[in-house]
Design a protein around this ligand. Structure first.
Ligand code: ZN
Length: 202
């Protein structure tokens, strides 16, 4: 399976990192070894001193598709979940300054924790509130209505380049409030009032 991520999909987050708001979705991928499931502990990698949490709504692809038109995109997923796009911000800054790809900073083992999923029928897709608590304190809160590119646009865009297959995941971008994690931190993600994700940093 494949894991895609969208960068800079919330203008407040693009601003907090000093990035321009993009004209097309910014797409990158993580290998499947980045997945962290079932509330397993996340181990901080030795190569970074500044690993940031990025809380994101995640689309789970339910049907094979290529060149999907936006108006048909809803046929290709049934569930939305919550994940963290962990980012070694110090390493990413070095790579960006040299114009190099981001994989080392975002694709490392454990860099894609994934939680539970809910049926799209239980959600208003244009108004999904989601939030992240770090040690019980609210650190990130977002709403799908603030996405620059919505789910349909993202699926349509990615599928022009990559065939989407059942089980592929798309992390749809983080709202503002990204920040560092440290050993002992407990992260809890919510869609509305429902806890979708919980794990500890080691
Ligand atoms: Zn992200």
């Amino acid at each position: 399976m494949k894991i895609f991520c969208i960068g800079r999909n919330y203008s407040e987050h693009a601003k907090e990192l000093g990035n321009a708001v993009p004209e097309n979705p910014v797409v990158f991928a993580k290998p499947d070894t980045a997945l962290l499931k079932n509330g397993e502990d996340f181990y901080l990698p030795a190569f970074s001193q500044d690993v940031h949490h990025e809380l994101e709504l995640v689309i789970k692809i339910a049907k094979v598709g290529k060149n999907i038109q936006e108006k048909f995109a809803a046929n290709y997923y049934n569930e939305i979940g919550l994940g963290i796009d962990f980012t070694a911000r110090d390493l990413q800054a070095q790579l960006k300054s040299k114009g190099l790809p981001w994989e080392l900073a975002k694709g490392f083992d454990g860099a894609a924790p994934i939680g539970n999923f809910v049926s799209v029928h239980d959600l208003d897709l244009n108004n999904i509130n989601f939030s992240l608590l770090k040690n019980g304190q609210l650190v990130q809160a977002g709403n799908s209505k603030d996405m620059i590119f919505d789910f349909a646009k993202i699926i349509s865009f990615i599928s022009q380049y990559f065939t989407l297959k059942v089980g592929d995941l798309i992390y749809t971008g983080t709202p503002a409030g990204v920040g560092p994690v440290a050993i002992g931190d407990v992260l809890e993600g919510f869609i509305g009032e429902k806890q979708m994700l919980k794990f500890e940093v080691k």
